[in-house]
Design a binder for this molecule. Structure first.
Ligand SMILES: [Zn+2]
Length: 145
């Protein structure tokens, strides 16, 4: 049986697959509040011609709109790849309760720079379905070569 973290990571992987189909770097994210997914998003930097249109940024905007407030203190973010420093800082502003990511990003991941970008109360879980999350990325970049 799958645990809850894997279940929501599968939903994030579903979003990443949509990004892949759209020829976007395949990163997907969902935000969960009280056991319900309230935001689903994927990387849209090509489509929107916006380098800040990462999956996490889109998901934060959707979730705060849904909840009608700028804080996500009762929410959890699931993202297929480790957030970059920009997204980690945005998640810090949102004071999100928990961040769960799949594959590490050894080049741009926020933990390389400053783990304290997140809010001090935010808990972090890494490595959930990491192989699947990483495989999608490596398949994508292989196809690009
Ligand atoms: Zn980012």
């Amino acid at each position: 049986m799958e645990n809850t973290e894997e279940k929501y990571m599968r939903a994030a992987l579903g979003q990443a697959a949509l990004a892949y189909e759209d020829d976007e770097v395949p990163v997907g994210a969902v935000i969960v509040c009280n056991g319900r997914i309230i935001a689903r998003a994927y990387n849209m930097t090509e489509r929107l011609k916006d380098p800040t249109a990462h999956a996490e940024m889109q998901a934060i905007t959707m979730a705060t709109e849904h909840l009608g407030g700028k804080y996500l203190t009762e929410c959890e973010l699931y993202v297929t790849v480790e957030p970059c420093p920009m997204c980690a800082a945005a998640l810090g502003w949102a004071q999100i309760r928990k961040v769960v990511y799949g594959a590490p990003d050894p080049k741009k991941g926020f933990t390389l720079y400053s783990p304290s970008l997140l809010h001090p109360k935010t808990s972090v879980v890494s490595g959930v379905l990491a192989e699947e999350c990483a495989r999608l990325m490596s398949d994508f970049f292989k196809g690009k070569r």
